[in-house]
Write a protein that binds this ligand. Structure first.
Ligand SMILES: [Zn+2]
Length: 376
């Protein structure tokens, strides 16, 4: 398992071992979180975890460091140490230097952890989301039904008893998607409640009381604006929650996806959700313009996103618009890291953009109107 540097990314001598160790830990953290939310461990450890522990001990001994004594200690390192820690020394061109694998407040795998994979390939969590959607698409049997189910999953990461008796409930869709939900893991319970972020709607953690410092709260979205009140659901034992992989790779970008669809309608562009397109690829035709592929993502790591896009569209004829939330596109270094990692071939046909900038790409401006606007 290697985390290769993209074309053009600086590669420093001696960094491979640390990068690969970081990747191996991400795999183990993702795996362990699926079963018991990183809370309790007993011997014997799962095979992958024992292997990562052994590799870490060897790595530490080879570099004159004190190795971790146990899996819990190794996991506490994942909370405390980031990608730029001398233990890993992951090149900044691959992963942002402050990235950790376990969130210190949420005590759950971070988005970086779930996105980490060998360059260009899906990680364990993304593969789970891809497999889940592919199986659902086949169960649905028609594009319309699949589209309805996909929207249901994106909009309803948590299902309460109340939802199931509400007027907006969709029993036929529920029968198709039911198996993608699971009981709320105890790791997300907080004194008899499940806390949900008021912005992304995903599980969150906040101390009781009105005032938060901002550093003592967490939600799975990780970068939602401060000050929006969290919601607390009672009786989490009676709720069901969408699989984490789909919460991260389908629900999180769904708000941006809806903005894109609204914008396409506004400018009169036709769009079709392509069959078997993984997490969702639209083929878009705007009046007076050529056809485009449009994919919506909300990824923390731009380099890893570029790798996935390059792989997905290798050999595609039409150009590709990759739409990300404005807050991601505006993050320092995000666009530059994405473009560098694309490599020369993909850079010619892949463009990173935001929903409010779609029209500029899809509808070529009338030069006269453009000149008028400039003088206005
Ligand atoms: Zn949030």
């Amino acid at each position: 398992m290697t985390l290769q540097a993209p074309d053009g990314a600086p590669e420093r001598p001696g960094t491979h071992q640390g990068s690969n160790l970081f990747l191996a830990w991400a795999h183990v953290v993702t795996l362990l979180a699926e079963h018991d939310g990183l809370r309790s461990f007993s011997l014997p450890y799962p095979r992958e975890a024992q292997h990562a522990l052994d590799r870490t001990v060897l790595h530490c001994l080879n570099h004159g460091r004190t190795p971790p004594k146990s899996l819990p200690e190794l996991l506490s390192w994942c909370t405390l140490r980031n990608a730029s820690d001398p233990l890993f020394d992951v090149p900044h061109a691959l992963v942002t230097p402050d990235a950790r694998l376990i969130h210190p407040v949420g005590l759950m795998p971070t988005r970086t952890c779930l996105e980490l994979a060998p360059f260009g390939r899906p990680g364990r969590a993304e593969q789970d989301a891809l497999d889940s959607l592919s199986a659902l698409e086949h169960r649905c049997g028609s594009a319309d039904r699949f589209d309805r189910c996909r929207r249901f999953l994106a909009r309803r990461p948590v299902i309460s008893q109340q939802d199931r008796f509400g007027r907006a409930w969709e029993p036929v869709t529920w029968n198709k998607v039911r198996e993608l939900y699971e009981p709320v893991p105890e790791a997300l319970w907080d004194r008899g409640t499940l806390t949900l972020c008021g912005t992304c709607g995903l599980p969150a953690r906040a101390p009781r009381g009105e005032r938060h410092s901002g550093t003592d709260t967490w939600c799975e979205g990780e970068d939602c604006p401060r000050g929006i009140p969290f919601r607390r659901l009672r009786k989490p034992g009676q709720c069901l929650i969408l699989r984490r992989s789909l919460r991260v790779f389908l629900t999180l970008p769904s708000r941006t996806e809806q903005e894109v669809l609204d914008e396409l309608t506004r400018i009169g562009a036709g769009n079709t959700l392509l069959p078997d397109s993984g997490l969702g690829t639209y083929h878009v035709t705007a009046p007076g313009s050529r056809s485009w592929y449009v994919q919506v993502h909300d990824r923390w790591q731009p380099t890893l996103l570029a790798g996935r896009v390059s792989e997905s569209f290798a050999g595609a004829v039409d150009p590709v618009l990759v739409v990300v939330p404005r807050r991601a596109a505006d993050r320092a270094g995000y666009r530059a890291a994405f473009e560098t990692a694309l490599g020369e071939e993909s850079r010619a046909r892949v463009t990173l953009t935001t929903s409010d900038d779609l029209e500029r790409h899809l509808r070529p401006q009338d030069p006269t109107r453009e000149a008028e606007e400039e003088h206005a």
